[in-house]
Design a protein around this ligand. Structure first.
Ligand SMILES: Cc1cc2nc3c(=O)[nH]c(=O)nc-3n(C[C@H](O)[C@H](O)[C@H](O)COP(=O)(O)OP(=O)(O)OC[C@H]3O[C@@H](n4cnc5c(N)ncnc54)[C@H](O)[C@@H]3O)c2cc1C
Length: 465
């Protein structure tokens, strides 16, 4: 009998099957954690090859882990127990069809998010969900995690932009879903399922018309409380900017050192605010937002006057996580959501948790959505700091849940947060989710050890902790 590697090689070509430990090592990591080595990494070129891989994996009893760019922040794309076949979509990275008349595009899962917008720009269109990782994360990974981003405040998250999917199921069969079809909306069930219900091999996504005008403003505040109150004030007034992002003093200093975009390093917090639409509406938006900020004590108000200035401010925001490398060699990003009205309380809880554990924390987040991303900076060679990061991350999670929020805003559950699922879901809720999973993947061969609390078998689910 042929070995697993030989079977995969004959289905895909030996050059598209990686088995050397030094090649596999890369796939044991995502942006959150180190897992275990897979048995093989395969790099298919189309759905037919993905189907063949799944069928071979089934014969050998190997689980399947789909992988985009590996920028995930919850261990979703790494094998945990070891073994398993990682499917990399690095060769399935094309825009297949642009249907400008209907403002939609069919893409392969390995297409990098930003490249989609760049490729449809000539047609006056763009793809709205823009995770800060958009220079490297893929549409397949974004669909699997229901990625958000700064512009999701007004445009909605990935689930609002996926129109139809082509999926390879756990048997290796190919099926399609379409939002326009009657009956159950399986497209939306699959979005955010983190590779546990099926493998995305192509998607039709919604495109939006590029706005006539885009204005970006930067408001500086003495402290994070007045910036948070401004966020509540703006949304409470009925204005929904296209983006409303907050950065605290720790982040502003790191970003300014890295990008020199003109961020005020003496501010306690800044808000990056963007409005897009018709040019004639912009003055009214600016004066309304500016007066709300002034009433909450804004220290300064800066207008990005050119496209270059606007891009520089955004480069600072989107590069904030990388800039944090100037403070310490490692960081851990927590991802929780709270109702906007309790943002100041949640930020206070973050500060207290970090102080009690003697850690530096920087806050950079989608303030308009109440989606916090405290960045805990540390040195992983120091065991005390590692313990402190775990304790602080947990305290933030608990505080968010206590404030009526939830355990993930956009990064997903993956491996990292599966035990925390019991903090927000009861036994019945988890059992219902497990039944959905069992319909798609009764053998639990697609991305096992993810989302569900450990020890969950079929529809048996542990009681909440
Ligand atoms: C600096 C930085 C900033 C970030 N900012 C944001 C942000 O603003 N918003 C946000 O939402 N996230 C953000 N993230 C997290 C991450 O980028 C997103 O979760 C992203 O959607 C992951 O895409 P990926 O291609 O890297 O997927 P991977 O990390 O490779 O995989 C993520 C999950 O998707 C599954 N998957 C991948 N491809 C497929 C497929 N074809 N079919 C089925 N399942 C698949 C994997 O199994 C895994 O469970 C950030 C990460 C970093 C490092």
């Amino acid at each position: 009998m042929n070995t697993l590697h030989e079977r995969l090689g004959s289905a895909l070509g030996a050059e598209n099957v990686k088995t050397a430990p030094e090649d596999l090592a890369v796939y044991a990591f995502d942006a959150y954690t180190e897992g275990n080595l897979p048995a093989a990494v395969v790099i298919p070129s189309d759905a037919r090859q993905v189907s063949a891989i799944v069928k071979i994996a089934r014969e050998y009893g190997e689980p399947i882990i789909a992988r985009g760019a590996g920028t995930g922040l919850c261990g979703g794309a790494v094998p945990i127990e070891g073994g398993g076949i990682v499917i990399s979509f690095a060769r399935m990275h094309r825009l297949l069809e642009l249907d400008g008349a209907n403002r939609r595009a069919r893409v392969q899962p390995g297409l990098v998010n930003l490249q989609l917008s760049q490729q449809v720009k000539g047609a006056g269109l763009f793809y709205a969900p823009d995770p800060a990782s958009q220079r490297s994360s893929t549409i397949g990974g974004n669909i699997a995690t229901n990625a958000g981003g700064p512009h999701c405040l007004s445009y909605g998250t990935t689930v609002n932009h996926v129109l139809a999917l082509e999926i390879v199921d756990e048997n290796g069969d190919v099926f399609t879903t379409d939002l326009d079809d009657a009956g159950y909306d399986l497209t939306s069930v699959l979005v955010g399922s983190e590779g546990t219900l099926g493998i995305v091999t192509s998607a039709w996504v919604r495109l939006l018309r590029l706005p006539e005008a885009t204005h970006v403003w930067l408001a500086a505040f003495a402290d994070i409380e007045s910036a948070s109150e401004t966020v509540s004030g703006i949304i409470g007034s009925g204005i929904v900017p296209t983006a409303l992002e907050m950065m605290d003093a720790v982040i502003v200093k790191a970003v300014e050192q890295a990008f020199h975009a003109g961020y005020p390093t003496d501010a306690g917090a800044v808000l990056l605010i963007e409005s897009a639409g018709f040019e004639e509406e912009m003055n009214a938006y600016e004066s309304a937002i500016r007066s709300i900020a002034a009433q909450r004590g804004a220290l300064s108000w800066r207008v990005a006057k050119t496209a270059a200035e606007r891009d520089a401010l955004w480069a600072g925001r989107k590069g904030a996580v990388g800039a944090i490398g100037r403070i310490a060699p490692n960081y851990y990003t927590q991802d929780v959501t709270v109702p906007r009205s309790v943002l100041p309380k949640a930020l206070h809880a973050v500060e207290v948790a970090a102080r009690e554990n003697d850690l530096v924390v920087g806050n950079v987040f989608h303030a308009g959505d109440g989606n916090l991303h405290p960045l805990l900076v540390y040195d992983k060679r120091d065991r005390r700091q590692v313990g402190a990061v775990l304790a602080t991350g947990d305290a933030i999670l608990r505080a968010a849940v206590d404030l009526g929020g939830t355990i993930s805003g956009e990064h997903g559950i993956g491996y990292e947060k599966r035990e925390a699922m019991t903090r927000v879901y009861g036994t019945q809720d988890l059992a219902a989710m497990a039944r959905v999973r069992d319909v798609f993947d009764p053998r639990r061969s697609l991305n096992p050890e993810k989302i569900f609390p450990s020890g969950t078998q079929c529809v048996e689910v542990k009681a909440p902790a």
